[in-house]
Design a protein around this ligand. Structure first.
Ligand code: NAD
Length: 129
């Protein structure tokens, strides 16, 4: 291919790309920001809030958003929301959190005896647990 022809080809291709970018939504071009993953915690004690939850918000808010926190103890889940620093809804029922918040990702930080049950429930609902 001659230099002139390859230049013409470049201008044609670049021009078409510029026009496409100006009229098509970014996701149609595969250029959109990936959607943030919908994150939930069940068991909002020390580990769920101070050890992991807060750090996730501080470091990874670009790729995740908290959509629900749940704990059988309503005072703990309310306190965890403050400690983690999020605005998401809180629940004392795991099932209600799943139905209402529709998380993609579930972190299980209850007392150990309930880990397996919640992991299985999360996986059954299609979440990464
Ligand atoms: N904190 C640590 O350094 C540490 C170290 C090793 C292991 N662990 C283990 O990790 C687990 C969590 O530790 P922690 O320090 O966060 O404990 P924690 O007592 O502070 O928190 C556990 C939370 O689970 C909640 N919970 C209990 N049963 C529940 C249920 N059925 N459904 C939903 N929530 C429920 C409790 O209300 C509480 O808020 C414990 O089992 C502990 O043995 C903790």
């Amino acid at each position: 291919m001659s230099e002139l022809s390859s230049r013409r080809e470049f201008v044609k291709t670049a021009g078409a790309a510029a026009v496409a970018a100006s009229v098509l939504p970014l996701d149609a071009l595969g250029l959109a920001q990936p959607r943030r993953r919908r994150y939930a915690i069940v068991g909002t004690g020390d580990r769920g809030s101070s050890m992991w939850g807060r750090a996730l918000v501080q470091r990874y808010s670009d790729v995740l958003e908290f959509v629900g926190l749940s704990d059988v103890n309503h005072k703990r889940v309310a306190a965890a929301r403050e400690i983690i620093g999020v605005e998401c809804p809180t629940f004392t029922s795991f099932d209600e959190m799943c139905a209402g918040a529709k998380p993609d990702v579930l972190m299980v930080t209850t007392v150990d005896a309930y880990h397996a049950d919640y992991i299985v429930k999360g996986l059954d609902r299609g979440m990464d647990a």
